[in-house]
Design a protein. Structure first.
Length: 455
């Protein structure tokens, strides 16, 4: 029986464990904090739970358009919201642990260090022990980046892992960083009723996303009262009592009650013994892996945010599954980032899959593009939806769908049909000819596909 040791119980780790156990391996997961890792305990699950409340508040705020009068006194109880956030995260972690243990996987609580390709040393309150096996999967995730000039205190200057200790909606939240994390939290606190200032070092928010989509989001932000400071780089953050001052590199200052640092992530690869075991890291400390999750050390695989491949829970899980399938001789398809769907949980959401507008613009290849505003969709009109669109990319002549963007409510759900089309190499005619419900937002996907039909 093959013995596998997995360091880290996040999506990359626990999904790998389930696959390996089903394939007959003896599996041990070493986890320091709890099954689900930061994705469940401090990152994705908590933030999207908070965002769910924010989205509800946003809907309440626009209810008059649908003929519903709501008292002005409606406001969130942030202490109750955050209790629910943390309770749900813990419950999700317990559910995962039960599922993994039911699959025959052994869970060891402690901090792991790689001794060699087959040996992991685990330190815990009970002392130190060694777990030996035939292979190791490193799935240790990442943690928030901070700056020496902007150190979080957990009260007024916060990372995204610390915001759930707040008991009242901040009067003025300054969010530093306009990538996905910064934009999501800026949108969330704006929806909860805080005044928000978003500090962006680039000329627009969400610089890594589709340009048309980012423009919609920035317009919505400003229309809802958010202050967006473009081309503004943070120099330092200082707290003086109840006032937080963010100083920009051009000398300007912004004062608020709280500051959320969204400066990116650092891989959890330090002090793991990786280099000593022959595992190559890149210049930023991420583990180098190939498309089947192998590292440079024989018998050592890696998955998830610690690899920096694409920092999504879905990608981490897929990397872990692929690693175990490859290790144990099952049928395996190498990771294909061209079929990955992702979502930005702002209000409205941005969902993408396949080729991007940036790649289209930067390449010489010809691509057919159709963009259909949601404002023309009958269901959107009924629901009072004004912002958003569906965009499809297709190969000229053959009409194969190679990518798409959806901006709108629950775009994370609408993107699935486009994701299926990209994965299965469907044509725009096949997408267009599939029945959609009338009225529905998904009808706009079919309509965009019809606009790409070639005679």
């Amino acid at each position: 029986m093959t013995q596998v040791t997995i360091i880290g119980g996040g999506p990359g780790g626990y999904e790998a464990a389930l696959v390996a156990a089903r394939l007959g391996a003896e599996v041990t997961i070493v986890e320091r904090d709890g099954l689900g890792g930061s994705t469940v305990l401090t990152d994705c699950v908590p933030s999207k739970t908070l965002i769910a409340t924010s989205d509800l508040m946003t809907d309440v705020g626009s209810s008059a358009e649908l003929g519903v009068q709501v008292p002005d006194s409606v406001r969130p109880d942030l202490a109750a919201v955050n209790r629910r956030v943390l309770d749900l995260a813990q419950a999700q972690s317990r559910d995962i642990a039960e599922r993994v243990e039911a699959g025959g996987v052994t869970i060891v609580r402690g901090t792991a260090r790689l001794v060699d390709a087959g040996t992991v040393e685990v330190a815990s309150d009970g002392g130190t022990r060694r777990v030996t096996g035939d292979a190791v999967l490193v799935a240790t995730g990442a943690h928030p980046r901070v700056s020496d000039d902007a150190l979080p205190d957990g009260e007024r200057v916060l990372t995204w892992e610390q915001v759930y200790a707040l008991t009242e909606v901040p009067e003025h939240m300054i969010v530093v960083g306009s990538g996905v994390t910064g934009a999501e939290f800026a949108s969330a606190y704006n929806g909860l009723g805080a005044h928000v200032t978003l500090v962006s070092s680039r000329d627009r928010v969400l610089p890594g996303e589709d340009g048309d989509a980012a423009e919609v989001i920035e317009n919505v932000f400003t229309r809802r009262g958010m202050t967006v400071l473009g081309n503004s780089r943070m120099q330092s953050v200082r707290r003086d009592g109840d006032v937080v001052t963010v100083t920009l590199t051009d000398g300007r200052t912004v004062q608020g009650s709280h500051c959320l640092l969204a400066l990116g992530s650092i891989p959890n690869t330090a002090d793991l013994g990786l280099v000593e075991a022959g595992v190559a890291l890149d210049d930023h400390g991420f583990v180098r892996v190939d498309r089947v999750s192998r590292t440079s050390a024989a018998g050592v695989y890696a998955a998830g945010d610690c690899t920096g491949v694409l920092m999504l829970a879905s990608v981490a899980a897929q990397q872990g599954r692929i690693a175990m399938a490859h290790l144990l001789g099952d049928e395996v398809s190498p990771l294909d980032l061209g079929t990955v769907s992702s979502n930005v949980f702002t209000s409205p959401e941005i969902a993408t899959v396949g080729i991007s507008q940036q790649k289209v613009d930067e390449s010489s290849q010809q691509v057919d593009v159709a963009l259909l505003p949601l404002a023309a969709n009958p269901r959107a009109k009924m629901q009072g939806v004004h912002d958003g669109f569906v965009k499809l990319f297709a190969r000229p002549g053959v009409g194969t769908v190679i990518g798409g963007v959806v901006v709108g409510p629950k775009a994370s759900e609408l993107i699935h049909v486009i994701s299926l089309a990209v994965s299965a190499s469907l044509t725009v005619d096949q997408v267009a000819n599939a029945f959609t419900v009338y009225p529905s937002l998904s009808g706009s996907v079919a309509e965009a596909a019809r606009r790409l039909h070639r005679w």
